[in-house]
Design a protein around this ligand. Structure first.
Ligand SMILES: [Mg+2]
Length: 342
């Protein structure tokens, strides 16, 4: 196998802000995994929270590349078992490589990733679109521009969170979900949950910091008026078990857990445990979104609007229109890209 690594800058449609900062463009690393005349694609992007950027992801992949030259590819899962222990420090790089392995497998064996995983594209959930932080007038303008979207995910963690959601409720009939990105205390969460429930909010994503004591998470889990979904608290596979009894559901992201291989296992485990299942994304191109979209048949909630927030991008894959996914077409993850566009 041969690994090719490309660093790409993805321009955003507009400034994107959450409780931890704001960006106008995204650093991305797109990988091509070549074998037997076919090419698989994968992607990982910068995240200050998780401490990875294009250079650290590239360096980690370069460390693995020589070993892949002599590797005899059979399945993505076998490759993951070989590579994961070597990329303990960089699951973002592991995720890009694993996406490419799934895409490649599908192309070599003429199947889509979701079909290979015994899933069918029926009654799939719609995706939310994310409303970023900003002055109230800007937030309302953004909401207006998403008038046709059935579900909004609102980034919170400001001094006036409840006023923001109340103003949104006045201006939209869409389902509202909120993401506090670790910014609330136990008391705030319980208090806010009641008001947000009255405003018809569906759930709260990650109100407490990821490292909040278990006792705090348990109080929120038991007393919140709304379901609590773990994002920053549910990163890798063993976290699913740890979240059981402390959260009502988990938000799986490929970059956090190290790709599709563990993501399928996490969602299936969550199903067995009775946890709600969600998949999220970073702001990234159709390469990573089309990979994550293979999980959609397993989800209660989808939040895969990452590519929709871009002004332009070099890839073409699974599309989102007014929250509806196009059915993945083509083998593997159903994505193509044009390296000349970067
Ligand atoms: Mg989140």
């Amino acid at each position: 196998m041969r690994l090719e690594i490309h660093q790409v800058k993805l321009p955003l449609r507009r400034v994107f802000a959450i409780s931890r900062g704001a960006i106008t463009e995204q650093e991305s690393v797109i990988v091509e995994l070549h074998d037997q005349g076919k090419t698989g694609l994968g992607e990982a992007v910068k995240s200050s929270y998780y401490g990875h950027d294009a250079d650290t992801i590239t360096a980690a992949l370069q460390r693995i590349a020589p070993q892949l030259e002599a590797y005899e590819f059979t399945t993505p899962e076998t490759l993951w078992d070989v590579i994961a222990p070597q990329l303990e420090d960089n699951y973002f790089a592991l995720s890009a490589l694993d996406q490419a392995a799934h895409d490649l497998y599908g192309k070599l064996h003429a199947t889509t990733v979701y079909q290979r995983n015994r899933l069918s594209w029926r009654n799939v959930p719609q995706s939310s679109v994310t409303i970023s932080l900003g002055p109230m007038e800007e937030v309302l303008r953004e909401v207006e521009s998403y008038a046709d979207w059935p579900i909004l995910k609102v980034k919170l963690g400001t001094p006036n969170d409840l006023e923001i959601v109340a103003a949104l409720r006045q201006n939209t009939a869409a389902m509202i979900r909120v993401d506090a990105n670790c910014a609330w205390s136990v008391e705030e969460t319980i208090r806010n949950s009641q008001t947000l429930a009255d405003l018809g909010v569906e759930f709260i994503e990650q109100p407490l910091p990821a490292n909040a004591p278990e006792s705090s998470k348990r109080v929120v889990y038991e007393e919140s008026a709304l379901p609590i979904i773990a994002d920053e608290s549910c990163q890798r596979e063993h976290h699913v078990r740890e979240c059981d009894g402390l959260f009502h559901g988990i938000n799986v992201k490929l970059c956090k857990c190290g790709g599709l291989t563990p993501a399928f296992r996490m969602l299936r485990e969550a199903n067995v445990r009775g946890l709600k299942t969600m998949a999220g994304c970073m702001i990234e191109s159709d390469v990573a979104i089309s990979a994550a979209a293979q999980l959609v048949p397993l989800l209660d909630f989808a939040d895969l609007d990452g590519a929709f927030l871009l002004a332009s991008q070099p890839a073409q894959g699974v599309k989102l229109e007014q929250g509806n996914f196009s059915r993945p077409e083509g083998y593997g993850c159903g994505v193509t890209w044009d390296a000349s566009l970067v």
